[in-house]
Design a protein around this ligand. Structure first.
Ligand code: PGA
Length: 254
């Protein structure tokens, strides 16, 4: 089953808009049985969206809520943070960890990312780890290996096998000036780098990865048709109803 993660980032700005978008998602996903849709709204909307999801009273596993970030302590003197215990109230199943917005705009370190992955496991939340180089032409192998080594430090092979790893080159994110999606071939090459690294250092080879970076209705099939790519992290296009509706339809037909 393909996984589609909708990363709303800091959008939309009102609860009404968030509810409307979510209603649309609920209606669309009910048409398909073969997509796991994970919606990651801003924290402030999680409560209402989770109520809505529960009220549907459908034992549907096809749609769930994710957090765009988590904090590693359960409670305490951490101004501005939202803990996993709090998120669990809203049936959060997944958490994005290490998104490049947080790595490069907010200064989140690999050490922090590592703590967050461990906290996610402790809370029973599936961590979605995003890795990728910042500029086209950067030493991708060196960067990916350094990120993985530090982000996954101290985790067991069993835990690592449960992390959803997303290759998301920062230069390919739609809001970056002049962004272009990576090619499927090039992203598969990045995934081979990850495969080799994890096989050599942790003795495990993930079955598949997610891709993120300017995914839209025109290119989603090019990525997801490869068995090694089992899903996508979608930012901008997940806020555009028509586009996102098309993406779901295309993915359901793969
Ligand atoms: P994009 O964002 O789909 O708008 O490129 C993806 C992301 O940043 O997760």
């Amino acid at each position: 089953m393909n996984i589609i993660i909708a990363n709303w980032k800091a959008n939309p700005t009102t609860l009404d808009e968030a509810m409307e978008l979510f209603d649309f998602y609920l209606a669309e996903i009910s048409k398909y049985q073969n997509i796991q849709l994970i919606i990651c709204p801003p924290f402030v909307f999680l409560e209402e969206l989770s109520k809505k999801l529960k009220a549907r009273n459908q034992k549907s596993e096809a749609i769930s809520l994710g957090a765009q970030d988590i904090f590693w302590e359960k409670s305490g003197p951490y101004t501005g943070e939202t803990s996993t215990d709090m998120l669990k109230n809203f049936s959060v199943t997944h958490a994005l960890i290490g998104h490049s917005d947080r790595r490069y705009k907010i200064g989140e370190t690999d050490e922090v990312i590592n703590k967050k992955i461990k906290a996610a496991f402790e809370a029973g939340i599936v961590p979605v780890l995003l890795v990728g180089e910042q500029n086209h032409g950067d030493d991708r192998k060196q960067i990916l290996e350094a990120q993985l080594d530090a982000d996954l430090a101290g985790l067991t092979a069993e835990q690592i096998s449960k992390v959803l790893i997303a290759y998301e080159p920062v230069w390919a994110i739609s809001t970056v000036l002049g962004a272009q999606p990576d090619t499927p071939e090039s992203s598969l090459e990045a995934m081979r780098i990850i495969d080799n690294f994890l096989t050599n250092t942790r003795n495990l080879t993930p079955e598949a990865y997610l891709y993120g970076g300017s995914v839209n209705a025109n290119n989603v099939a090019d990525f997801l048709q490869h068995p090694k790519i089992s899903g996508a992290v979608i930012g901008g296009a997940s806020l555009r109803k028509d586009e996102f509706g098309k993406i779901l339809k295309i993915v359901s037909n793969l």
